[in-house]
Design a protein around this ligand. Structure first.
Ligand code: OGA
Ligand code: MN
Length: 291
């Protein structure tokens, strides 16, 4: 009888500015030593990928707990709050509809560059996606290294933003629509939109390294500057935010499990309109107030 040879446990960098694949690793049967290595790999590579997983949602949730306190996005941010019975922290990102109703969030459109929950006081530390259904093409997810973005800035710009903050408006989603919890907010002026104020340069609590922290372009405002100066500085910062040489793109396969660190990355997703069903199971961990 032929027995498939077990791949040895290894951390294999993508060769791009971020990302590594963990080989020979079963997230449902991980030893403490393996978990420590995987967590180290996440700090070093910012995004990790585990391929060909075959795990239940409960096992996925257990694995997620190794990275921190699980905390799903608050309902006011979610178009479709769904809770799985055997894994209550797992939510669904999907374009699939059942009986005319979406089974998850975000449909099939493009998701612009962003950091998860930047528009809350405590943005998510980690996000994990487990690919349960993957369309034949499209729906790829790209990641950008925000340590590298900060390092790429001109000296003068870096000095200028060292003590500046950014308001991450919470009332409107990335498409400009109003979030369910903010129906009474009428303003279209970013200076007046509600949202938390975070430093433009944040320190990663585990690595001690500094990263550019932008959240999302739409609705951002730098307090203390005129609207024109704020827009000009944000445009400049965003021009360094996702330089091709600082990014890596995940092309999804069924069973892929990706973990990223929102404290030092941003991500975006390609549209996959008309390309078929896509269903990701998702976990997030509670983050700290950026400092
Ligand atoms: C997310 C997200 C991207 C994707 O879940 O936070 O941005 O590829 N998802 O579905
Ligand atoms: Mn996201």
């Amino acid at each position: 009888m032929l027995v498939a040879e077990k791949t040895a446990f290894a951390v294999v960098p993508t060769g791009a500015a971020l990302g590594a694949t963990i080989e020979g690793f079963d997230p449902a049967r991980a030893s403490a030593a393996e978990i420590a290595t995987v967590r180290r790999a996440l700090l070093d590579h910012l995004v990790i990928r585990i391929r060909d997983t075959d795990i239940t949602d409960a096992e996925f949730e257990n694995f997620g707990k190794k990275f921190g306190t699980l905390k799903p996005s608050p309902d006011f941010t979610r178009s479709r709050p769904v809770y799985l019975q055997d894994a209550p922290n797992v939510t669904i990102i999907s374009n699939v509809t059942e009986d005319g109703k979406p089974i998850g969030e975000h449909g099939d459109g493009e998701l612009h560059w962003h950091t998860d929950l930047a528009f809350t006081d405590e943005p998510s530390a980690h996000t994990m996606l487990l690919a349960r259904e993957v369309p034949p093409i499209g729906g790829n997810t790209s990641f950008a290294n925000m340590y590298a973005a900060l390092e790429a800035l001109p000296e003068t710009t870096r000095a200028r933003i060292a003590r500046l903050t950014c308001k991450h408006q919470a009332s409107h989603n990335a498409q400009g629509g109003r979030r369910p919890g903010y129906k009474d907010i009428e303003t279209e002026d970013v200076r007046e939109m509600p949202g938390p104020i975070h430093p433009l340069v944040r320190t990663h609590p585990d690595t001690g390294r500094q990263a550019l922290f932008l959240g999302r372009r739409f609705g951002a405002y730098i307090p203390g500057l005129t609207l024109e100066k704020s827009e000009a500085l944000l445009d400049e910062l965003w021009s360094y935010a996702a330089l091709p040489e600082h990014t890596w793109t995940q092309e999804w396969r069924l069973g892929d499990l990706i973990v990223w660190d929102n404290r030092c990355t941003m991500h975006r997703r390609d549209a996959f309109t008309g390309q078929g069903r896509r269903r990701m199971h998702r976990l997030t961990t509670l983050g700290e107030r950026p400092f």
